[in-house]
Design a protein around this ligand. Structure first.
Ligand SMILES: NC(=O)c1ccc[n+]([C@@H]2O[C@H](COP(=O)([O-])OP(=O)(O)OC[C@H]3O[C@@H](n4cnc5c(N)ncnc54)[C@H](OP(=O)(O)O)[C@@H]3O)[C@@H](O)[C@H]2O)c1
Length: 340
């Protein structure tokens, strides 16, 4: 099969198209013919080795080269291994990219497709049968479905952990980004009132995804704007930005409100007056990706057509490097998708 492999840490030029042996399923596994695979920050930062502090590394540690990247896969089951329901053959499936969840009350993610095992930048990918979810009848296109696992999975995990419900007001930061746009769409789909923070040039797209109000994060005082726009206060904040926003917006949460954070693009070290937290019984929650149950919630939304992910652009698989370059220019809204 044709695949694009990550040959070492570096720029987009370290992604090389190669011929690799077709994978075949062992017991409990399936082979998925990749219809579409989307690009994530994780792919770009892993390619660059940007997660390492002393040595270049992927987000969960060292990477074995050559490695086929790609965590966000939608495609068709073309082979099943021993013990797997043959009814899966020919079904269009969305792949849960978590290879291994830790045991325990919070099933933390220990390994991810395209990072600790070969992923979807290929014509075929080998996955565990219990990680594929039938989306044959979803009204979404295969490219749209490939937008979902990491961004929308992370967003689903955040909204579930923060128990965001119909009628609540939720602030979404980084709203024009991969996770942010998913947070906007999924919050709106569950009937929440969405206030979004974004750059002005991406505000229309954020509104189209379901935000009622978009605040330009680069203009004016965000705390004052939020006080004017949401005088009754926020029920929840779904945050991928961190930085100064915690001190700025925490006082705008109602007593008993929830702040869920899954990223820190504006800076991981924050200042916070803890009294704004404990005196008003605010819950501050960390969130990484999703649990198996939360992924099920996302698959249900995809099958119901409750969301319509935005595909910014598709590229042929062999142009994965160009896809990474486009991603890093960050002028796009929505997801960049590769099609083998
Ligand atoms: N915990 C998890 O499981 C998980 C999973 C996926 C991603 N993440 C993390 O979540 C974060 C967002 O990921 P993503 O893929 O959505 O990234 P992304 O697509 O690059 O989007 C981030 C958005 O944040 C905004 N932004 C950038 N710099 C900013 C700043 N200094 N202050 C405020 N806003 C800023 C940008 O929009 P505007 O310029 O329009 O405002 C951008 O669209 C990253 O930190 C990533 O590592 C975590």
């Amino acid at each position: 099969m044709r695949a694009v492999v990550l040959t070492r840490f570096g720029g987009p030029e370290v992604l090389e198209e190669r011929e690799l042996p077709d994978p075949h399923p062992g017991p409990g596994e399936v082979v998925v013919r990749v219809g579409a695979v989307s690009i994530n920050n994780t792919d770009v930062w892993t390619r660059a080795g940007a997660y390492g502090t002393d040595e270049p590394a992927g987000w969960l540690g060292p990477i074995d080269f050559p490695r086929v990247q790609g965590a966000d896969v939608c495609g068709e089951v073309v082979e099943v291994g021993a013990g797997v329901d043959e009814g899966l053959l020919g079904r269009r499936v969305l792949v849960d990219p978590v290879l291994r969840y830790a045991d325990g009350p919070e099933p933390l993610v220990e390994a991810v497709l395209g990072s600790e095992a070969d992923g979807g930048y290929a014509e075929r990918v080998l996955v565990r049968a219990d990680r594929v979810h039938d989306v044959t009848d979803s009204p979404l296109t295969t490219a749209q479905l490939a937008c979902l696992p990491i961004s929308y999975g992370t967003a689903t995990g955040m909204l579930e952990r923060a128990r965001v419900r119909r009628g609540e007001t939720v602030l979404v930061s980084g709203a024009s980004g991969g996770v942010g746009l998913a947070l906007v769409a999924l919050s709106a789909a569950r009937g929440a009132h969405v206030v979004a923070l974004s750059s002005a040039d991406k505000a229309d797209a954020v509104r189209q995804a379901g935000a009622q109000v978009v605040v330009d994060r680069r203009q004016g005082d965000i705390a004052e704007q939020l006080a004017d726009l949401v005088p009754a206060g926020l029920d929840a904040v779904a945050d991928v930005v961190g930085g100064d926003l915690l001190a700025t917006a925490m006082p705008r949460l109602r007593p008993g409100g929830r702040w869920v954070v899954a990223g820190a693009v504006a800076g991981p070290i924050v200042q916070l007056d803890l009294r704004s937290l404990y005196l008003r019984s605010i819950a501050l929650l960390g969130s990484t990706m999703h649990t198996p149950e939360q992924f099920g919630v996302l698959v249900a939304a995809a099958n119901e057509g409750a969301i319509a992910p935005v595909v910014a652009q598709t590229h042929p698989l062999r142009a994965a490097g160009s896809g990474h370059e486009q991603f890093e220019r960050r002028a796009h809204v929505g997801k960049i998708v590769l099609e083998p």
